[in-house]
Design a protein around this ligand. Structure first.
Ligand code: FMN
Length: 278
């Protein structure tokens, strides 16, 4: 492992390295307005949800690294205290990118990016009509991390007051990820596109699993069973006697291969055990 010490590095390099590893990040396509109702739109991937009750998200429109100047989003939010955040999907990622261009404060990036303004309920700040999921937010607090430093972040802590979701992407009262091609930001100019093929499900552990350390040594040291397969066994609240004995038959190469195949196909823990113990 190579060790990097941010304090000894050029801030630009720290920024690039950090963003290449803290990824993928969701993108907040953020609309704000100034006191004269000039509408602004810009993307921010320093973004996430931090609380469900109250519903709170945070974005960080940083001071520019080049000259320390502030961004329109930061100025507008501080002055007006409201914004909307629209989710970015693959079909609009190019337009999202366009909206990140530096235009004068009175230029509406919805128009420059060819995106449609949809009316919001709690303010005159629109959200993006093309987006299947949008939030209306009120500024709760702003934490300026180091205003004297170029490129420093500004945490805009936002309470969500409205959530708009297109009917066709809902499954009950939640978004169905197979119906929306969400997009996230990685380092450099890489993005990721969430297609149905790259989705997988992983149910939360129920109860207290026996843990890796309680699995038979022969399985822990297996060169066939992956860590993900072993995790499923380690998540069981108790192990079958037969497995604990971990005799030759249980640990045979063939049995492990069968179990691994079952696991890779998304088989249940029961099915993995059956394959192991056959
Ligand atoms: C996908 C994407 C994510 C971005 N994330 C951030 C971010 O989290 N913080 C930031 O300060 N700038 C970010 N930027 C750059 C801003 O969008 C850019 O500086 C923009 O011009 C700011 O616009 P404004 O002055 O209208 O607020 C990002 C750009 C892109 C394309």
């Amino acid at each position: 492992m190579r060790e990097f010490i941010p304090a000894d590095m050029n801030p630009r390099d720290v920024h690039k390295l950090l963003l290449s590893g803290v990824a993928p990040r969701p993108i907040a396509l953020t609309a704000t307005a100034d006191e004269h109702n000039n509408i602004n739109l810009a993307p921010f991937s320093f973004f996430n949800a931090f609380s469900g009750n109250p519903p709170v998200v945070i974005i960080s429109p940083a001071f520019r690294g080049v000259d320390g100047s502030s961004k329109d989003t930061y100025e507008n939010l501080k002055r007006v205290g409201k914004c909307t955040i629209s989710m970015v999907t693959y079909s609009m990622v190019g337009q999202c990118n366009l909206a990140s261009s530096i235009y004068p404060a009175d230029v509406n990036e919805f128009e420059k990016a060819g995106l449609t303004m949809r009316e919001s309920s709690t303010s005159n700040i629109p959200h993006v009509a093309e987006s299947p999921f949008a939030l209306e937010c009120d500024l709760l607090n702003c934490i300026e991390l180091a205003p004297e430093k170029k490129g420093s972040g500004n945490l805009m802590i936002l309470q969500v007051t409205r959530i708009h979701v297109k009917e066709n992407v809902l499954n009950g009262a939640v978004l169905d990820p197979t119906k929306v091609e969400m997009v996230s930001r990685l380092g450099q100019d890489y993005y990721a596109r969430i297609t149905p093929e790259c989705l997988f499900r992983l149910p939360a552990p129920s109860g207290q699993g026996v843990g890796f350390d309680s699995l038979p040594q022969a399985l822990q040291q297996s060169s066939v069973l992956s860590a993900n397969t072993l995790s499923k066994l380690a998540g069981l609240e108790s192990l079958p006697e037969q497995l604990l004995e971990a005799n030759e038959r249980v640990c045979s190469h063939e049995a492990q291969q069968r179990a691994e195949e079952v696991s890779q196909r998304g088989g249940s823990t029961e099915e993995i055990l059956t394959a192991l113990l056959k």
